[in-house]
Design a protein around this ligand. Sequence first.
Ligand SMILES: OC[C@H]1O[C@@](CO)(OC[C@@]2(O[C@H]3O[C@H](CO)[C@@H](O)[C@H](O)[C@H]3O)O[C@H](CO)[C@@H](O)[C@@H]2O)[C@@H](O)[C@@H]1O
Length: 581
Amino acid sequence: MKKSLSSFIALCFLVIVLETGRVKATSRDLNDVILLANQQIQQPYRTGYHFQPPSNWMNDPNGPMLYQGVYHFFYQYNPYAATFGDVIIWAHAVSYDLVNWIHLDPAIYPTQEADSKSCWSGSATILPGNIPAMLYTGSDSKSRQVQDLAWPKNLSDPFLREWVKHPKNPLIIPPEGVKDDCFRDPSTAWRGPDGVWRIVVGGDRDNNGMALLYQSTDFVNWKRYDQPLSSAIATGTWECPDFYPVPLNSTNGLDTSVYGGSVRHVMKAGFEGHDWYTIGTYSPDRENFLPQNGLSLTGSTLDLRYDYGQFYASKSFFDDAKNRRVLWAWVPETDAPEDDIEKGWAGLQSFPRALWIDRSGKQLIQWPIEEIEELRQNEVNLQNKNLKPGSVLEIHGITASQADVTISFKLEELKDAEVLDTTSVDPQVLCNERGASSRGAIGPFGLLAMASKDLKEQSAIFFRVFQNQLGRYSVLMCSDLSRSTVRSNIDTTSYGAFVDIDPKSEEISLRNLIDHSIIESFGAGGKTCITSRIYPQFVNNEEAHLFAFNNGTQNVKISKMSAWSMKNAAFVVDQNVKSAA
Ligand SMILES: OC[C@H]1O[C@@](CO)(OC[C@@]2(O[C@H]3O[C@H](CO)[C@@H](O)[C@H](O)[C@H]3O)O[C@H](CO)[C@@H](O)[C@@H]2O)[C@@H](O)[C@@H]1O
């Protein structure tokens, strides 16, 4: 039975691959496909449509870009183990649609003194003449973090399989005052109106995190600008800074070298395990970036985060084929390292998200790229369904372990909302204190995903409405993982954030991408995002259930709901791969 199911899944993979019409189907492909399909069956936590390598450790996304119609995705990878290691390299995969992937041989690995220990994170810049250039951090023989340059050996190979390194590497060494191990992750470069290239590199001075600014006319000789482009007190080293323009009043993206009156800039930095961002105005002539709220990134609960769950070291790129900015992020494991060793792998990537500035101009919106819809099947719908206080409603007809679910809630009466001054409250603490089983008035209501039939295991993604003394409402969004598994040694901390909507006049929507051990949740059309990792013991594949629930004392109406089972994306190993054989 198991064998025929695995052959069936393998066949499905193959059909998808053949349908792309671009990958030669050979017996070797089929074997690889069967191998990956078997892993899926034997390993309940492997994903169906979220990117992951066949095995081993993966962390940050590196240098995503589009070149000659092919999307390239590089990532931090340990070729030897399922844990972070002494040697980390750039693994490489390509795709025609950001959904189905072909794994290639690693692209960038230690070959020089300037990267002899590891090749750490970095970014792609497309230089004039359509030449991709990768700036990345090398850990040199003395474990010093330096910035290096590599480019493709053969520009006529759209898969860009081989990469060469600049003989002058390292091009940038840690400046005075920045410790050798606190200087990394060069950004995509942008060019000012003066034709000069700029990048930021993450670092810190005396524990004050910063995006150090460098300039170059030839992409090889880089000079540091006196002032960092952005900095903050006591945040520690900024990792993987990203700096890019977003147009006002548009969902489009912009090339990284665009400026102008109707453009704002986003500064993103990773520290304390989260990706923080601020929106502001950048003047290349004065070389300054002014955050619009006057605040730099501080890591306080007032700061904005891309995602309030597990989502780190993200990187965006401009996709000029679809005029959009696309965001990738590493989604770490929250099980124990021993579990990862046993699984033989660790780390996922978020499903690529399009990103743009909200109409308010105050925050970003993120939404899974539209190509995800090619994986949808077996649509089920609901409309105008009342969720009585204390009720649970099972959503039948989809594969609940691999699904895309959108649901909108309509609240008729808000006057009984719990009273709480939310201005000085940490939403994550609130979600941990008042989980899905803590009865409220308007909520908690939402979805119970990856749930067992008896609800002993369940991951609750829900909303709860509060009002302050003046009758102003706040909407809290939580991912309550406290009952996500009966296993021990799993981090089941809940996540939470407020959602910037007015529940008096707006419905509250929730989209969930469920994929075995990951749930990406998008509140209010992508205003608030929470990514969760889950490791249920009893719930997988056929045994997974999905419910809508309302544990408030007031009625909640599901105004509409659409849910789909998701097909597996194709993840195949290129037939020329030497290292993965
Ligand atoms: O792969 C190196 C790149 O990863 C980054 C951001 O994720 O730095 C991570 C860092 O190591 C810590 O994070 C590891 C997982 O990413 C963790 O498993 C390890 O135990 C931590 O030390 O890598 C260096 C070297 O350890 C450390 O200074 C970072 O915090 C990014 O900044 C790197 O380019």
